[in-house]
Ligand binder design. Structure first.
Ligand code: PMP
Ligand code: GLN
Length: 382
């Protein structure tokens, strides 16, 4: 067999979670909650299954869920997406992003990614035959560098991928950032893929600025969301894509022959859950408390805290630690931290094509308080 992806390894999240399990470490690596979702949501799944909602749903997803998502976007971001022709339910954000890329990138097209970036973007572009154009976010602050973005655009640029709130840094694009991007893209036909999976994890005084807020961005954007993050059910693998009808039509061509559609009962359960409440509105306060608890604990250690404006990730600089292992590569340090200290983390180098090592690692704080306390106790030894 001649590999189509000779340089593609195993994703860091799988690697670190396997090591965490093997070493019985507290897993603050891969991003997922260790607490249950609302039991009402489970009852709704059970109810949907017992009602017999167990066969194929419509290809773009069940209508009530597309309607609920449309209503949410309109309420929060002020733009109407037609549930019939502009919203598609996907098997998580991962499939949404791959499908959007496969639908629009022709072999040889350039696609801009801003590094550090989520680890599926680059392999997705390469599988589509696209050419990856890497633009660094500003070192230290992880803010967009618009001069570099401008300079990276060429006649071959088909798309740009952005992600705010940002994994791994937690940084959030401001309204002005989005306006500047809009202005840069205005004279082009570049497609925007806006990964907004952490849209509801934004901490005061910050605010999420969706591509949906901006006419000039929304008109060219696939906006990607994930229920897994918002409802503490990452294993359900359900997300959505909102995009103008012409974009959605191309998206669905690929979607239908990729997964065709996504499991039925959970879609109905999520739609019903969203119908009588707006549970996502409670998420910022819920996670801000955990972020503050974790940051306060880390402030007592020699890890240096980086800012955390959003997401459920906290990055720290390891260069001030008293242990010789701080001189290892980030990846080796994370392996040592998992094996010898009993806390798993993710090296930031995993989010760069060239493995750029800046002595920064990422912790996930979507954990029970006692899990965070245990991790903090162990980290305090360093
Ligand atoms: N994009 C980003 C930035 C993510 O952090 C994640 C989840 N780790 C995804 C996409 C994928 O989300 P899902 O689990 O819904 O596929
Ligand atoms: N998005 C999660 C993270 O960044 C991991 C998802 C996955 O394991 N693919 O930790």
């Amino acid at each position: 067999l001649v590999s189509k992806a000779p340089n593609m390894g195993t994703t860091i999240f799988t690697v670190m979670s396997a090591l965490a399990t093997e070493k019985n470490a507290v897993n603050l690596g891969q991003g997922f909650p260790d607490f249950p979702c609302e039991s009402k949501l489970l009852d709704l799944v059970d109810g949907a299954m017992r009602e017999g909602l167990n066969q194929y749903p419509p290809m773009p997803g069940v209508a009530p869920l597309r309607e609920a998502v449309s209503k949410k976007i309109e309420t929060l971001y002020g733009r109407h997406y037609d549930p019939a022709s502009e919203i598609t339910v996907t098997a998580g954000a991962t499939q949404a992003i791959l499908t959007a890329i496969l639908a629009i990138v022709h072999p040889g097209d350039e696609v801009i990614v801003l590094e550090p970036c989520y680890d599926s973007y680059v392999p997705n572009i390469e599988l589509a035959g696209g050419v990856v154009v890497r633009v660094p976010l500003t070192p230290g602050t992880f803010r967009p560098d618009f001069d570099k973005i401008r300079a990276a655009i060429s006649p071959q640029t088909r798309a740009i991928l952005i992600n705010s709130p940002h994994n791994p840094s937690g940084m959030i694009w401001s309204r002005q950032d989005m306006l500047t991007l809009q202005e840069i893209l205005a004279p082009t036909d570049i497609v925007l893929i806006s990964d907004e999976v952490y849209e509801h994890m934004v901490y005061a005084p910050n605010q999420h600025w969706s591509a949906a807020h901006f006419d000039g961005l929304a008109a060219r954007a696939f906006i990607v969301s994930s229920f897994g993050k918002t409802y503490h059910v990452t294993g359900w693998k359900i997300g959505t894509v909102a995009a103008p009808a012409a974009f959605t039509a191309e998206f669905r061509k690929v979607h239908q022959f990729n997964v065709f559609t996504v499991n039925t009962p959970m879609q109905h359960a999520l739609a019903r859950f969203m119908a009588d409440t707006a549970p996502y509105l409670e998420l910022p306060a819920f996670y801000q408390r955990k972020r503050d608890l974790f940051r306060q604990g880390l402030a007592q250690t020699k890890f240096k805290l980086l800012p955390g404006e959003g997401t459920y990730f906290q990055c720290v600089d390891i260069s001030g630690l008293d242990v010789p292992e701080k001189n290892l590569s980030e990846a080796q340090f994370c392996q040592w931290l998992t094996s010898d200290i009993g806390v798993a983390a993710i090296p930031l180098s995993a989010f760069y094509g060239n493995g750029f090592d800046q002595k920064v690692i990422r912790f996930c704080f979507a954990k029970k308080d006692e899990t965070l306390q245990l991790a903090l106790q162990r980290l305090a030894r360093l």
